[in-house]
Write a protein that binds this ligand. Sequence first.
Ligand code: COA
Length: 356
Amino acid sequence: MRFMRAVIVGSGSEIPPNAVTNQMLARIMDTSDEWIRERSGVETRYYVDLGTATSDLGVAAARRALAEGATAPEDVDLVVFATMTPDYYFPGAGPLLQAKLGLRNVPCFDIRQQCVGFLYGLQLVDAHVRAGLARTVLLVGAEVHSGFMPYSAANWDYLYGRSDVPPTPAEHAWNSRFRHLTVLFGDAGAAVVLQAQEDGSRGIVDSVLGTDGADYDKLYVPGTGFKHRPYTDPEQFARGDHIPVMDGRYVFKLAATRMVEVAQQVLARNGLRIDDVALVLMHQANRRINEHCQKALGVPDDKVVHNIHKYGNTTAATIPLLWDECARRGRIRPGDLVLLVAFGAGMSWGATLVRA
Ligand code: COA
C-alpha cells in the first residue's frame, strides 16, 4: 500500500504596512514601552489599512507560498483557512480566498482554533493526505486583530500621527481599560503549500492536540454571539462586550504548563528526544511563556526562534510566519525535524512534528 505524507513545499507571508511601536500606543492609552517590552516582549506590531481584510492577507501570503512551492493554483485540491477574525460573520475566509485566487471549486474549510489554528490545520491536512482525499493543499493562517481595537477613528489618526487632537479623558480611560490585551496583538497573514509525497521520510510526522472548554471564559469574546437576541446590539457595544476578555495571569500559567506537556507527549509518542529536533517554533503570545517552555524542555538558544518583538501575537499566523522567515533565512534545511507548539483560546493546545 502506498504511504502518503503531507510535505511543506512552499511558504509565504504578508505583513501589513502600518508599523505601530509601543511608544505610539502610549499616545492613546496609559501604557509604556517599558511595561509592554518587559511583560510580553512585543516592541512593534503591524496593522492593516482600513478596508483590508483577513482574506486579503491570506491571499497575498498564499500567492507567495504557491510561487515558492512552484505550485499552480489549479493544482490546489483543498483549502484550510485558520482565523478567528474572518472578513464576515459568514461565510468564512476560505471561500473568499478560493475566489480571489481563482482556485477550482475545491473544498474550503474555515477553522476556529485561535492561536492553535495552524496546528489543528496541519492535522486536518495530514488526515486528508493520508486518506488519499487531497494531494495539493493550501493551509493559511491570517488575522486582522485591529478590528478588535476599541479606539475611535480620531484616536486612530492621533495614534498614527495624522492628527493633533489627543483622546479625551473618557476616550483615554476607555482605551486604557483594554490595554492588557490590545498591546499584545498585531495583524498578519502566512500560508504554506503542502503536497502529498510517497516515501515517508519527509512531511508531517505526528500531532498531539487537546482542548479543555471548561476554561473557555478565560479568553473569549462575551458579546456579538447567538446567545444574544439580536446577536449584536448597542448595549453590548457600550459595555465593551465585543472586545475579548482575557485573564492574562491564568492564561499565562496554563500556556506555560500545557505547551511543555504536549511537546513532551508528541516526542515520547514517536520515540524521539528534544536533541533530535533541529528547530522549535512556538506560538508567539508572550516571550516569557516561550522562555519558560524552552528551559523546561531543555532546548538550547540556537534551536529557538522568536519574532514576537516585531509582530506581536498574530494568532493563527504566528507559526507559519516563523516557518516562512526561517525557510527564507536557510534556518530550515531539508530533512530537519521541526517541533511546532502552541496554546490558545478554547482553551486548546497542540504540538506537531514536521520533517522539512
Ligand atoms: N501597560 C501598562 N500597565 C499595564 C498594562 C499595559 N498595557 N496592562 C496591564 N497593566 C497593569 C495592570 O493593570 C496591573 O496593574 P496593578 O498591579 O496596578 O493592578 C499590572 O500591570 C500587572 O498586570 P498583570 O495582568 O498582572 O501583568 P502580567 O505580568 O500578568 O502581564 C500579560 C500581563 C497579559 C502580558 C500576561 O499575563 C500574559 O501575557 N498572559 C498571557 C496572555 C496570552 O498569552 N494570551 C494569548 C493566549 S494565545
